[in-house]
Design a protein around this ligand. Structure first.
Ligand code: CS2
Length: 484
């Protein structure tokens, strides 16, 4: 079921969900949440009812909370079709709380027994979980703060743990926690971080969470560029009203969810969500074929001067390289009857080429140290173990290294948007040879798996590509790879 478009000239439409109660708290009310889970939950409620409206929580910013509240939580989703735009008004968010100024309000909302699910889109770096150790990273600023002040938490793990502690004390059943960030086995990762964090505060609380709280995994997908003036102008032209919270996105949307909600859930399956027993095959496919190619496109685009993903795809040699990368990523996946990787790759190419989507390579290039492990390094290691070709993964990683090196060499290290920027900038200082750049970045603690570092052909391949990029430029590297 879809929501009807608003013809030009009309004001905000009636809220069809006005009488429904709240059932979900969502942390991280950014553009992606608004274009994805908020839409599915609205469609599920329109199809099947239920008290599942969403209370939004912003962990740090207050602006989007103020703007959404000024619009009673409503906002427009512009769907950028090559054939023209559609505009949908979404009412599934009831209101938004800003944790930075209203922690009590956030904890009260989380302790309301009506809230049965907490979902999260806070980006990979916000959790503070060491994904190799499957424990909290105690030097992560939010984790360090919240371990010292567990009753006054500021980070997501700390806030959820304090809320669960209070619910246990109040005798309320816990909520179900669902991570919707692009992490492999994101439910298991969140569970491990929560249990470890809680145990450090109170062993019995850690045990209670381990025994009672469910953490379904989910794979989310919808390309959602940051909103720009063009987004707001489109809404004005299509609806006749302003919308400070409008988002724009592509027609494609996918949500695959592990069906593990003992506390109940919206009828998401009636809104097109695929409810499954095991999300992992979908996650691997998406992280490696879509996100891995996206990271390659991002660093390639940044080095070649291509502003948008579609610009990279409009360069035939680059588009060929992207296809080759998708094939290399697909070769690392376990076959599954329901999934056709060739069809998936074809659809990805169409999505990346969408002329109506202006997705900046700069945006995707952010947070490389958080993204590379699951997108490029894990499949590279599996390719090595399977005796498969690693050159595409090595080239993509060399592009990341060359991108960081270029910014540092140009005195623009500050433009590297990454939680480990200071370490990257320090590692690259004065390094201009492929071998030394490779050595210094691959020595960043915990980033590259030891088995990968120990594999001499990997080191040779990355260093080779880095050398080609430094000497001849990134497009020469693309040309050599597609000619191999
Ligand atoms: C992108 C993703 O910014 C990025 O790193 O790769 O946000 C991507 O657009 C989404 O995962 C698509 O679902």
């Amino acid at each position: 079921m879809t929501v009807s478009s608003r013809p030009a000239g009309n004001g905000w439409p009636e809220n069809p969900l006005a009488t429904a109660g709240n059932g979900i708290v969502h942390i991280g009310v950014g553009a992606f949440h608004r274009a994805h889970q908020a839409v599915y939950t609205q469609n599920a409620m329109l199809a099947a009812g239920g008290d599942w409206r969403i209370i939004g929580v912003t962990p740090r910013s207050t602006d989007i909370a103020d703007q959404l509240n000024a619009q009673d939580g409503a906002f427009c989703v512009i769907v950028r079709n090559p054939a023209g735009d559609e505009c949908h008004t979404i009412h599934s968010i009831s209101h938004v709380l800003a944790a930075a100024r209203d922690l009590d309000g956030v904890l009260d909302a989380l302790c309301d027994p009506a809230i049965r699910i907490v979902t999260l889109t806070v980006t990979e770096k916000a959790y503070g979980i060491d994904r190799q150790a499957m424990k909290v990273a105690i030097d992560h600023p939010a984790i360090a703060h919240d371990l010292a002040h567990p009753a006054q938490p500021g980070g997501v793990i700390g806030i959820l743990t304090e809320a669960l502690r209070r619910r246990r004390e109040l005798g309320h059943a816990p909520f179900t926690c669902m991570c919707c960030d692009n992490l492999p086995e994101n439910g298991a990762v969140l569970r491990a971080g929560m249990v470890d964090f809680a145990r450090r505060i109170d062993a019995s609380l850690g045990e209670w969470i381990a025994q009672n709280v469910h953490f379904p995994s989910s794979m989310v997908d919808r390309i959602t560029p940051a909103s720009t003036d063009a987004t707001y102008e489109t809404v004005r032209a299509m609806t006749g009203h302003d919308d400070a919270c409008a988002v724009e996105t592509e027609p494609f949307s996918q949500w695959v969810v592990e069906d593990d909600f003992p506390t109940g859930r919206p009828a998401w399956e009636q809104a097109g969500v695929l409810m499954v027993d095991d999300v992992r095959p979908y996650e691997h496919m998406k992280l490696r074929m879509l996100n891995g190619s996206h990271s390659l496109i991002a660093y390639l685009g940044q080095l070649a001067g291509y502003k948008y993903v579609r610009d990279v795809m409009a360069d035939d040699a680059c588009a060929t390289l992207v296809r080759m990368h998708m094939n290399a990523a697909a070769a690392t996946l376990s076959p599954l009857a329901e999934l056709d990787f060739a069809d998936y790759a074809n659809d990805l190419v169409t999505r990346f080429c969408n002329p109506a989507i202006a997705h900046e390579t700069r945006q995707i290039a952010m947070d490389g140290t958080e993204k590379l492990p699951q997108r490029l390094l894990a499949p590279a290691l599996e390719a090595i173990n399977a005796g498969a070709d690693i050159s595409s993964f090595a080239l993509a990683v060399a592009m990341w290294m060359a991108y960081a090196h270029k910014l540092v060499a140009d005195g623009q290290g500050d433009a590297i948007s990454d939680p480990r920027r200071d370490e990257i900038v320090a590692a690259l200082g004065g390094k201009n040879e492929a071998a030394t750049i490779y050595a210094s970045l691959s020595a960043l603690p915990g980033l590259f798996a030891q088995d990968l570092l120990d594999h001499a052909p990997w080191q040779q391949a990355v260093t080779h590509w880095l050398d080609v990029i430094l000497r001849e430029g990134v497009l020469a590297a693309v040309g050599k790879q597609i000619a191999r």
